[in-house]
Design a protein around this ligand. Structure first.
Ligand code: HXC
Length: 519
């Protein structure tokens, strides 16, 4: 057997190096990681990837720093495990930061490893998953680590819309480090053990005198419900890793690929329960998730951004085995009104689906845009336009079902035929009008009502007249703006056929460098 200068066989040397690499920053640091309720980078990869499929790349990489005693402290792989493997049987690239090595901090070489794996993912057209657990820029390296971050941001941006990019935050993610996950398509966070912020509680206290904990400032629930930065929240790391697997199962490998389909045996597609979903009183709420669950393949709806802007619901589902994206107004929250956050949430989701060939289904029950100075001053105009723009630009198959209200500008925005939807259906309960009947009657019959002997009676009469004329889907159907008025129970059946019909849709946008979405 070949030996080296120390007399050890080459295999022995490799085994020794491997075992060092397996230990990451050492047994004590691994135990500290476990004590915090966190797994190590390799344990996470082992749970996420299909058994035995992971191939590591760059295991022997060492940092090149010489300052602050780092020349005497080296760990194989330099704080990040990178490679490729299979998830649900499909090629996926991964990097997992190893907190046991210099707190997972990002050095020049650590960044190079991540960039290398991103380049491979782009070249070979497969998703990339990043498991983030890092103290940020490696302080001892100064500008070299900042440059490394910038290299990653640049590649994140180039990869956007080419391959799906998923970021799980499984520990600290602070400072400029937050911007890489922010550019990726979906962020997942783990409750109590992960946090994200641009400036931490200490800096906040110094600058603003506000005292706030890490969890409150940038924990999972904060970003899930207040800022909307994260799309998914998990109770623990295993749950988070399972969520990544599930999320990927709805996506194609890249922008040229079709989303993954499951085999489907067609059966009785009528859903009589849908006929009883809409309350008699048009102002009474109902949960649109019930409609979604009855329309899509059983148990297939996977909601994203669940706790943010709950007046709109977005998520993935399967219809006859095919992946679709769903955007639905939620009458159970704020009557399903469109506001700034709802518009931002839905617009980003629409753009993701359109980037990756995932057909869109819109369920519409919207009383309009939310009025008020708060909304106006915070730019409901610009933000509402984001959703409008996103739908206008989307070339994937697009179908809308109006279940009840489609009022005002929101009728146009919510994937109407006028902005390129392929099919618009309406249930008989649909009301397609400029506004609700009482508001409309008060404006257009103002004089008549004021002059009436009994203004209250007159108003009621005019509301009734307006309702009769407009609180139905037929005016729109007569003009062809609604393709068909359908019974709720046949919605699933109609949609399966319609999406199948649209399977080979070809639609192109005018030639341009890129559009200018109202950001
Ligand atoms: C080098 C770091 C490090 C860093 C942690 N470590 N962060 N080493 N650079 N950024 C090391 C620690 O020295 C320690 O080494 C080990 O990792 C574990 O850290 P602990 O502090 O013991 O862990 P914990 O108590 O869990 O605290 C985690 C932490 C804290 C909250 C992340 O370490 C921390 O505040 N780190 C600094 C965070 C930071 O300010 N980073 C720069 C952000 S600015 P030993 O040897 O003792 O085990 C930034 C700019 C990016 O990132 C800009 C991009 C544009």
């Amino acid at each position: 057997m070949e030996t080296n200068s120390t007399g050890k066989s080459k295999k022995q040397t490799l085994d020794q190096k491997n075992s060092e690499a397996m230990l990451g920053g050492g047994q004590k640091r691994i135990e500290a990681q476990h004590k915090k309720g966190k797994l190590t980078a390799r344990e996470r990869i082992g749970l996420l990837m299909d058994p035995g499929s992971f191939e590591e790349i760059g295991r022997f990489v060492l940092h090149r720093s010489k300052d602050f005693g780092l020349d005497k402290e080296h760990y194989l792989g330099d704080g990040v495990v990178t490679g490729y493997g299979k998830i649900n049987g499909r090629l996926t690239y991964i990097f997992a930061q190893d907190f046991t090595v210099f707190g997972g901090s990002l050095s020049e070489t650590h960044a190079e490893k991540i960039c290398k794996i991103m380049d491979m993912a782009m070249k070979n057209g497969a998703p990339i998953v990043g498991l983030n657990d890092s103290g940020g820029a490696r302080i001892q390296e100064g500008v070299l680590s900042l440059a490394g971050y910038a290299d990653i941001f640049y590649k994140n941006t180039l990869a956007s819309g080419v391959i799906p990019q998923i970021s799980a935050i499984m520990g600290p993610c602070a400072g400029g480090a937050v911007y890489s996950p922010a550019i990726t398509d979906f962020i997942l966070m783990v409750e109590n053990t992960s946090y994200m912020f641009v400036t931490g509680p200490n800096v906040v206290k110094t600058v603003t005198h506000e005292e706030i904990s890490s969890e409150e400032l940038g924990g999972a629930m904060t970003h899930a419900s207040k800022s909307g930065v994260t799309h998914f929240v998990s109770e623990n790391e295993i749950d988070c890793l399972l969520s990544i697997k599930k999320l990927l199962s709805y996506m194609p490998q890249n922008c040229e690929d079709e989303p993954f389909s499951l085999h489907y045996q067609s059966g009785d597609e009528t859903r009589p329960e849908l006929d009883n979903l809409i309350p008699e009183n048009p102002n009474q709420p109902y949960d649109i998730r019930e409609a979604i669950d009855l329309i899509v393949d059983e148990g297939s709806f996977y909601e994203a951004h669940k706790y943010f802007a709950e007046n709109i619901v977005v998520g993935f589902a399967r219809l006859a085995g095919r992946s679709i994206g769903i955007v639905a107004n939620q009458p159970a929250v704020l009557a399903g009104v469109l506001d700034i956050h709802a518009s931002q949430k839905a617009a980003r989701f629409v753009r993701f689906c359109d980037s990756f060939n995932i057909p869109l289904l819109v369920l519409e029950d919207v009383p309009g845009f939310l009025p008020g100075s708060d909304q106006e001053w915070n730019a409901i105009i610009t933000n509402g336009a984001k959703l409008l723009y996103a739908f206008c630009e989307a070339t994937v198959p697009r179908i809308t079902v109006i279940t009840r209200k489609a009022y005002g500008g929101a009728y146009d925005v919510m994937n109407s035929k006028h902005i390129g939807a392929d099919l618009n259906y309406a249930w008989p309960s649909a009301e397609i009008a400029v506004m609700g009947a009482s508001g409309a009657a008060e404006i257009i019959f103002k004089k008549e009502i004021a002059e009436a002997e009994n203004p209250g009676e007159k108003l009621a009469e005019k509301v009734e007249e307006y309702t009769r004329k407009f609180a139905n889907p037929f005016r729109a159907a007569h003009r062809g703006y609604i393709d068909e008025v359908i019974y709720p129970n046949e919605t699933r059946h109609k949609l399966i056929r319609a999406f199948e019909m649209l399977e080979n849709k070809v639609a192109q946008l005018p030639r341009k460098k890129h559009g200018n979405i109202p950001l």
